[in-house]
Design a protein around this ligand. Structure first.
Ligand code: ADP
Ligand code: GLC
Length: 480
């Protein structure tokens, strides 16, 4: 089976968040099941090396204002098709944001062009490779199902659309549809229209064959006004076609036994070296060495979604209780400033590192005792899964994929040897504060903590269950 992935990011080549990790991991997990995945990605400057190594498949004289080409390349176990369109993607700045931190003014064109090219591949313009199915990820790939529907071709493969985060919808001026020759009849409440705007994600969800999201709980939450972000009506209408398939992680990249970012390897059977990782982390974040104090960490975008304002509120109490914190993150200025200030207020007890640093994120996972994720909503979340794999117990808000992947340390779960972390709700400062208090108390019960670490490190967090679920879904979609 041949499947075309369409996405705006893919690890290890270009990444701003979990979308990249998942797009880079699923194809490898599907390969043993006989699925041949090619990933269509924009050729941003970060991919210049890949581009040079690739082989041109197709030239396009004019793709919305400039020449473009498709380049095929294999790297890191992935088959990638790069969309080389310098006028759209070869620029300094972020992949979504310009250097001043605002959305690129032509994002509708950039990602609309990605969808246009995806449609050409889908409908068979590359004679060498014709996909049986298209798997579109998030709003940046949202136009593909509709463009395929409108294409004048005999080969129209079905589309699966995955929602990684419904908060990002790709909403643009209503006239955007003209650029892509989308007839008015599709600019309706049932189609691509969203309160007078043209919605890329909405178009995808309205016209695709199947919808998935990245955890079963988030699939349920999407049906409600609290989480649906205005698309709950559409989600309800398409409930029959909606399913939640839990994210996994790449067990080769995230393995404390072989991780080159750790000063010393460890495993579930031999955990002694975790304390050497902790010492390295303490040094890096200027934290006091204190074996009796639990070392908490955060690795996150600093945005409203992630609930880290709640952590700022309860941080003095955590420090008072003896806890320490290492935070690696970047995002909203107010939160960055808040955590920088906290590090000044609590020298040796709170360390803040503002920035995005993939390698450092491994050391933070390896050296911490627990990872805090107080998200207001979380489609799946990956850092709790990395935490579980590294014996760094997750303290999580009970929502979305966090609820599905962490076994709360209730007395029963502890007794039965199932507990892997701590969940809390309601998701507010008091809830988080209680959870941190519980965690500190568990940390003092050394035997219990050690056995929870073992449960966590043995917990299945790879793709062994979810890859076959995607495969089954593809088969069902093809036999529609
Ligand atoms: P989201 O995609 O919503 O940001 P996820 O938990 O799914 O949340 O994925 C976040 C990914 O980004 C993880 O791989 C995490 O390790 C990584 N990450 C987030 N912030 C940073 C940072 N400041 N430095 C390095 N990695 C980060
Ligand atoms: C989104 C979500 C996150 C999820 C990731 C990968 O960025 O916010 O919860 O883990 O996508 O699916």
């Amino acid at each position: 089976m041949k499947v075309l992935f369409v996405a705006s990011e893919c690890a290890p080549f270009v990444k701003t968040g979990g979308l990249a990790d998942v797009v880079g991991a699923v194809p490898k997990a599907l390969e043993p099941l006989g699925v041949d995945v090619r990933i269509l990605l924009p050729a941003y400057p970060a991919l210049a090396d890949l581009l040079r190594r690739g082989e041109t498949l197709l030239h396009l004289d004019d793709l919305f204002g400039g020449p473009a080409r498709l380049v095929s390349v294999q790297s890191d176990g992935l088959n990638v098709i790069l969309l080389d369109a310098p006028h759209l993607f070869d620029r300094a700045g972020g992949i979504y944001l310009d250097e001043s931190g605002t959305d690129w003014h032509d994002n509708h064109l950039r990602f609309g062009a990605l969808c246009t090219v995806a449609t050409r591949i889908a409908t068979g313009q590359l004679t060498s490779w014709k996909p049986d199915l298209v798997h579109a990820h998030d709003w940046q790939a949202g136009l593909v199902p509709l463009l395929i529907k409108l294409a004048g071709s005999d080969h129209k493969p079905p589309c699966v659309m995955t929602i990684h985060n419904i908060a990002f919808q790709g909403l643009f001026h209503w006239s955007t549809r003209e650029l892509f020759a989308i007839p008015d009849e599709h600019f309706t409440h049932e189609g691509a229209e969203f309160y007078g705007h043209f919605g890329f994600l909405k178009a995808g969800l309205a016209y695709c064959d199947k919808i998935t999201t990245v955890s079963p709980t988030y699939a349920q939450e999407l049906l409600t006004p609290e989480f649906g972000m205005g698309l709950e009506g559409l989600m309800q209408a398409r409930q029959q076609d909606l399913s939640g398939i839990l994210n996994g992680i790449d067990l080769d990249i995230w393995n404390p036994k072989t991780d080159p970012a750790l000063p010393a390897p460890y495993s579930v059977h031999n955990r002694r070296n975790k304390s050497r990782c902790r010492a390295a982390l303490e040094q890096k974040f200027s934290l006091q060495n204190d074996a009796e104090s639990p070392l908490f960490c955060v690795i996150s975008r600093l945005t409203q979604q992630k609930g880290l304002d709640l952590l700022l509120e309860v941080l003095p109490a955590l420090v008072e209780r003896g806890g320490r914190l290492a935070l690696l993150g970047s995002g909203e200025k107010q939160l960055e400033d808040g955590f920088l200030q906290a590090a000044q207020d609590h020298p040796g007890r709170v360390g803040t590192f503002i920035g995005y640093d993939e390698e450092l994120s491994h050391l933070v996972q390896g050296g911490s005792d627990a990872i805090i994720i107080p998200s207001r909503f979380e489609p799946c979340g990956l850092t709790q899964l990395y935490g579980v794999r590294y014996g760094t117990l997750p303290v999580v808000a009970r929502t979305g994929g966090l609820a599905d992947t962490v076994v709360d340390a209730t007395p029963d779960a502890i007794k039965e040897g199932r507990a892997t972390g701590i969940q809390f709700s309601p998701i507010d400062a008091a809830g988080l504060n209680d959870a941190l208090e519980r965690t500190c108390a568990l940390f003092e019960r050394k035997r219990v903590w050690r056995s929870m670490m073992g449960n966590a490190m043995r917990y299945p967090v790879g793709w062994e269950q979810s890859a076959p679920e995607y495969h089954d879904l593809y088969l069902r979609t093809l036999s529609r």
